[in-house]
Design a protein around this ligand. Structure first.
Ligand SMILES: CC(C)[C@H](C(=O)O)[C@@H](O)C(=O)O
Ligand code: SF4
Length: 420
């Protein structure tokens, strides 16, 4: 069996294979300030004829506020009020106003473990596959059904296995690896499949880098992006879940059936850049060097962790941001923000002319502040570069690793970090 088949077998209470339809029990359900209100409305509609309008299990629901925090409009404020009221009414204790981006907070607070089936009303819920869970994004109306019943139907997905081997060259990171994979298979290459990432490169990645790779499974159409749990996972979770022990069962068996196996040697991989207006429009940095940038955004659930921001701080040293360029740094959570603060990097960035903002999605999906205007070019460490994604439909978004972002902030044009 693959990891996914094992997880769906546990969740449905019978042995199932890829292709079968199951009604599965959900271990954790996450919603946020954008998709949450519609899920709440849907829930009350489902419960309309019931006397007791209670969610199936308040301890398994997590509500986070990240896309529009602090509230940037009256509409956002009203959504926040509605969700806080719902949490209180339902006895949902896991809701927080200022904790950070949902996909950072969920693993960070110990809401996910290997073998779990997790759903979230956000497409990058696949990020928690980095912990060996099957986690996937669902719509608000599906979330309403989960709130009411704790169950959801699925077709057990086939698995496409990515074997990535080789030691990454200096200044090349997991973001370059995942961009390379997406460029190779295309935006629909893993459609409705579980992407499983394996091989020595993946095993050598710390948790922060694994999360980047799992986060972007959806950008190749994947239903999930799973890395089997190991010592790295165990250490990460022991710091968060008291008494956590690794269960060797949650990995794909040696004779598991994969729909496809793809092998990569990344020992000579160049830094990669996704060019406008699609994530699979990936080029080696050497082909896009010299393109002038107006804004560099370091943050998001993809690359907003302390380790990502530290790469930027180290690469910049005492150097200032290039004249006229806006460098916007947004740590993905309060915890990550405090690590950046304690390391002294906030002072360093402010002196360099950058701006450090409080944890949130920021300009990642163009719904809040930091928008790009007509004709402007942005380089971001986030995960999507669709037309208008960071503001104007007449702007251009490139995606890269934090190292490439830092090098480009220093020069004002897309720059190969290996040259700095
Ligand atoms: C707002 C939400 C529905 C959306 C998603 O699901 O991914 C957002 O987080 C994004 O990254 O585009
Ligand atoms: S940081 Fe970006 S990709 Fe992640 S949840 Fe927020 S808007 Fe979506």
């Amino acid at each position: 069996m693959t990891i996914s088949e094992k997880i769906f077998s546990k969740a449905s209470g019978k042995t199932v294979k890829a292709g079968e339809f199951v009604m599965a029990n959900i271990d954790r359900a996450m919603t946020h300030d954008i998709t949450g209100p519609l899920a709440v409305e849907g829930f009350y509609e489902i419960m309309r004829d019931k006397e007791e309008k209670k969610v199936w299990d308040p301890s398994k629901i997590v509500i986070l506020f990240d896309h529009q925090v602090p509230a940037d409009s009256l509409n956002a404020a009203a959504n926040h009020i509605m969700l806080r009221k719902f949490a209180k009414e339902q006895g949902i204790i896991n809701y927080d106003v200022y904790e950070g981006v949902c996909h950072q907070v969920m693993p960070e607070k110990g809401h996910v473990k290997p073998g779990d089936l997790v759903v979230g009303s956000d497409s990058h819920t696949c990020a928690y596959g980095a912990l060996g869970a099957f986690s996937t994004g669902i719509g608000s109306t599906d979330m309403a059904a989960v709130f009411a019943s704790g169950k959801l139907w699925f077709k057990v997905p086939e698995t496409i296995r990515f074997e990535v081997n080789g030691k990454l060259p200096k200044h090349v990171y997991s973001k370059d690896v995942i961009l390379h994979l997406i460029g190779d298979v295309g935006a629909e290459g893993a459609r409705y499949k579980a992407a499983e990432y394996a091989g020595s490169t993946v095993r050598d990645m710390p948790m922060s880098e694994r999360m980047t790779v799992s986060n972007m499974a959806i950008e190749m159409g994947g239903k999930a992006g799973i890395i089997e749990a190991d010592k790295v996972t165990e250490k990460y979770l022991q710091e968060r879940i008291p008494g956590f022990k690794l269960d060797p069962y949650w990995k794909s068996d040696k004779d598991a059936v994969f729909s496809e196996r793809r092998e990569y040697d990344v020992s000579n991989l160049e830094p990669q850049v996704a060019c406008p207006h699609n994530v699979d429009n990936v080029k080696p940095v050497s082909e896009v060097e010299g393109i002038k940038v107006d804004q560099v955004f370091v943050g998001s659930c993809t690359n907003g962790r302390f380790e990502d921001i530290e790469i930027v701080a180290r690469m910049m040293g005492d150097e200032p941001v290039a004249k006229g360029v806006r460098l916007l740094i947004i740590p993905a959570s309060r915890t990550e923000y405090m690590k950046v603060l304690r390391a002294g990097y906030i002072e360093q960035f402010m002196e360099a002319g950058a701006m450090v903002e409080s944890p949130c999605c920021g300009p990642c999906m163009g719904g809040s502040f930091g928008l790009l205007g007509d004709g402007e070019v942005g380089l971001a460490t986030s995960n999507r570069n669709f037309k208008g994604r960071e503001g104007s439909p007449q702007s251009f978004v490139y995606l890269s690793s934090p190292a490439t972002a830092a090098a480009s902030a220093l020069t004002g044009e897309i720059t190969d970090p290996r040259k700095i």
